[in-house]
Design a protein. Structure first.
Length: 771
């Protein structure tokens, strides 16, 4: 068969803009995804991958963390899941001539799109110090170099071990064990840039940083409030759950500065009315909030709840629940009763009547779910904002009962599992105690570096080695220029990857690329075919086994790579049986069952059809594992982001055809953008006020406290129905505008969704002018 060659086109020369769509979905997943899949994988491989996706004995979709429904359809995946599979399992590979023809420095000028389209990485590559080229290296020599550099450090804390959220539970557990046996807690992960604010807010209030609902709760709810989330693109099968919930009588409120297609209307491809009809209008109420206005909104709704209670004492709050399970109500009430409505209108940009309507919906509903994603976590006040959601839910006992609860929706397919398995620079002592006891060593206790701190430490010369288990740290983190320079100061960077990205171009003096198997591929080890396990956003853990032949021979699994790494660094006589982990993944699962809370009998439980659900005390029994044993109300002072006159507030979003720093194409169908990404979505009234014509070009300057002028040049203006004063550009391109030190209080997550910017008119780029 012939495999599609890599793309050449990289510029926005053919950019087309049309009206944004009102509805998401509408094309049957198989019909839509098959042609592309067949072009890249061939017929058999396409069928073997797509039909095994999210099925019994199949593999877990490696894209997002959305859970599987209790009953599976033949095609249990969405368009974006299919794109992810096609991207990973496509047969195009990077040959030796590529490395001869492309120097490391030449890769720096390539786009993420181009890099990702070159094909799968198939052999270990090494860039020696002083050279500008990667060259092939044997696995053995690659591990020898890593061992030499790691063992040469003055302290284990001069190395940092990054993880992206695709890594399996087994690999994550082995990898954190290795880092700690080596002697460091420097275990930054993509979660530091993602739901860290969620984890912090929920742990401090209800004692656990995870969703408190089960899949079935959507259908049982009366009201679902979706905040700061774009499910039509980022969690597409959530739309099916929402449609089913509506059929069962629930109502939906969407809170977002952008009228995202999937929030407004859903054309379910699995239903006749979705294919040919108008689809289902999902949101019963859409609140077009200003960026970072959610904390004020939650406080304003809570104020109305207290007012309703005052008008009908005893009839509104869940007094029994509050009495038995909560602490801090009176302080919170006193604070909320003083919330200034004018400040709320200013922060939210919403009318009083809209807030009244939301409050009345909340008061009418007995069972309320609130979901959220990056629209809430990537703001200065992200942690207190999420705490306000918890406050509001606690008032009427909306946690630990069917159809109700807070539900962060995670990003990467196993980012939650990685954290459960110990990937965190600040794992609690009880975990480290259990780990030390199981393996008979003293894990380091001092907290390690998170992602932002790791970049700072590289910049400041405190780190010498970066080992990255997947991901694209340089591409994903804020302040691109600072990050690129920081990585280049290292002695050694090691990337375990499936495909090329920017992090292979901005590297230490020495650099290694270690190619690895993806989820779709059969993983054969000494004792036979292996499976791995993952945890989804509602804490369900289940098995995943690859179905197709690896794209090339000689690629190691992530488990094998960590096992070899550990043996090379810690020596063959190290008391932990690293070789055993590689040979049979059951052995590591056995240790997981002794160390990780809720995982007893792990090997048996993950072999059951559908796996098992991890314990969640607030969800299961309304017990709150906080220091007081109660759910904690919290008091948060409102602080509106100040946007000086003539400036706008910028958020960075994902397009429909990207997965984080991976681009499947340059299109963003629902927002009406085709063949380009260098755009800025601006409200038409703001354009008039600023005197900037639709379709013209601007340089975006961000204004941070550090006074550095950060610029993203020549972005094309798209007049777009976003909230007033708020603009949107694509991540990761716009990361250049986010200062490294501009992070959320309490979680240190880059504030990628509230950056004060100034637009300056500029000429059209040469390609556009020539058009
Ligand atoms: N196709 C695809 N799927 C993905 C990903 C991907 O890149 N592509 N990434 C995965 C990952 S790692 C993650 S974390 C998730 C991300 O999933 P999302 O968080 O849904 O993704 P974003 O594109 O960051 O969109 C943020 C949404 O929040 C809104 N928003 C921004 N700021 C605010 C605010 O202040 N208030 C409110 N109420 N809304 C706001 C934006 O308008 C946008 O709709 O998706 C996962 N799934
Ligand atoms: N401005 C801005 N910045 C953001 C965000 C934002 O909304 N705005 N979002 C943040 C969020 S939510 C996240 S999660 C981070 C994402 O940060 P990362 O997780 O670091 O980035 P990804 O783009 O998901 O990583 C993609 C790379 O992972 C590798 N890969 C893919 N599959 C596998 C596999 O199975 N194994 C291994 N070993 N490697 C694999 C491939 O080489 C691919 O190029 O970005 C953050 N950065
Ligand atoms: S909703 Fe997420 S996990 Fe499910 S198929 Fe789509 S991308 Fe994959
Ligand atoms: Mo994420």
């Amino acid at each position: 068969m012939s495999i599609k060659p890599p793309v050449q086109d990289e510029s926005d020369a053919e950019l087309q803009v049309s009206k944004p769509k009102r509805s998401a979905g509408g094309l049957p997943s198989l019909q839509y995804s098959m042609p592309q899949a067949v072009a890249e994988m061939g017929v058999t491989r396409s069928a073997k991958t797509l039909l095994a996706m999210n099925q019994k004995d199949g593999f877990d979709c490696m894209s997002c963390a959305w859970p599987d429904p209790p009953e599976r359809k033949t095609a249990e995946f969405c368009e974006n899941g299919a794109k992810a599979v096609t991207w990973e399992a496509g047969l195009l590979t990077i040959g030796r001539d590529f490395w001869e023809n492309n120097s490391v420095s030449s890769l720096r000028s390539r786009s993420e799109y181009w890099l990702g389209q070159q094909g799968r990485l198939v052999e270990p590559m090494y860039k020696p110090a002083g050279s500008d080229h990667y060259q092939p290296i044997s696995w053995e020599n690659a591990f020898r170099i890593v061992a030499r550099e790691l063992n040469d450090l003055d302290s284990p804390d001069e190395a940092t071990f990054y993880t992206s959220g695709r890594t399996s539970n087994e690999t994550a557990f082995q990898y954190q064990l290795f880092a700690r046996a080596f002697g460091t807690n420097n275990l930054p992960d993509c979660s530091n840039m993602c739901h860290e604010s969620t984890g912090k807010a929920m742990e401090e209030t209800i004692g656990i940083g995870k969703s408190a609902i089960a899949y079935e709760d959507f259908e049982k709810s009366d009201l679902i409030i979706i905040m700061g989330q774009n499910p039509g693109t980022c969690h597409p099968r959530m739309l099916t759950a929402l449609e089913e919930a509506k059929d069962a009588g629930s109502t939906i409120v969407a809170i977002n500065p952008l009228p995202e297609a999937g929030l407004i209307n859903f054309k379910n491809p699995q239903r006749p009315r979705g294919l040919v009809g108008k689809g289902t209008d999902l949101a019963d109420q859409f609140l077009q909030i200003r960026l970072a206005g959610d904390m004020a909104l939650m406080q304003a709704v809570a104020k109305r709840v207290f007012a309703a209670e005052a008008a009908a004492p005893g009839a509104v709050l869940d007094h029994a629940f509050l009495e038995e399970h909560c602490q801090g109500l009176e302080e919170y009430r006193a604070h909320i009763e003083n919330v200034d409505e004018k400040a709320v209108r200013e922060a939210t940009g919403l009318r009083t009547a809209e807030i009244d309507e939301l409050a009345s919906r909340y008061l009418k509903a007995d069972k309320v779910i609130v979901t959220w994603a990056m629209g809430l976590t990537q703001h200065k006040k992200a942690v207190p904002t999420i705490k306000e959601i918890i406050n509001l839910l606690l008032l009427r006992g909306n946690i630990g009962k069917p159809g109700a609860g807070p539900s962060p929706i995670r990003g990467h397919s196993n980012v939650q599992g990685d954290r459960t398995m110990g990937i965190w620079e600040q794992m609690p002592d009880h975990f480290l105690d259990a780990l030390g006891k199981e393996f008979n060593f003293d894990p380091p206790r001092a907290h390690g570096f998170d992602a932002v701190q790791s970049i700072r430490a590289m910049r400041d010369g405190m780190l010498k080695v970066l080992f990255a288990m997947g991901g694209n740290l340089v591409g994903a983190i804020s302040d691109t220029a600072v990050a690129e320079a920081a990585l280049q100061k290292l002695k050694l960077t090691v990337q375990v990857s499936t495909k090329l990205n920017r992090s292979h171009a901005f590297v230490g003096a020495q650099a290694l690329i270690l190619p690895t198997l993806g989820r779709t591929e059969i993983d054969r080890q000494a004792t036979g075919e292996q499976f791995v396990t993952v945890e989804d956003t509602v804490c369900a853990v289940h098995a995943s086994s690859g179905k197709v032949e690896p794209v090339a021979v000689g690629i190691l699994s992530e488990m094998a790579i960590v096992s070899h790494l550990a043996r090379a660094v810690l020596g063959k006589n190290h008391p932990i049986d690293w070789a055993g982990f590689e040979a049979n993944y059951d052995t590591i699962r056995e240790h997981i069952s002794h160390v990780v809370p809720g995982c007893s009998d792990y090997n048996a439980k993950v072999r059951q059809w559908g796996g098992f659900v991890l314990p969640h005390p607030p969800r299961d029994s309304r017990t709150f594992p906080t220091p007081t044993g109660k759910a904690m109300f919290s008091v948060g002072e409102l602080e509106t982001v100040q946007v000086p006159k003539g400036r706008l507030l910028l958020q960075t979003v994902r397009s429909h055809d990207q997965f984080n720093t991976t681009m499947y194409s340059l299109n963003d169908r629902y927002r009406g953008v085709k063949k380009g990404r260098q755009v800025l979505f601006v409200n038409p009234s703001d354009l008039v006020e600023l005197g900037i014509p639709n379709g013209s070009y601007v340089d975006i300057h961000s204004e941070s406290v550090d006074g550095v002028d950060r610029v993203l040049r020549q972005q094309r203006i798209i007049s777009f129905p976003t909230a007033r004063g708020c603009v949107a550009a694509y991540f990761p391109e716009a990361n250049v505008l986010v200062a490294l030190d501009d992070t959320a209080e309490g979680s240190n997550t880059p504030v990628s969704k509230s950056v004060v910017v100034r637009l300056e008119k500029t000429d059209a780029p040469a390609f556009a002018a020539a058009h």
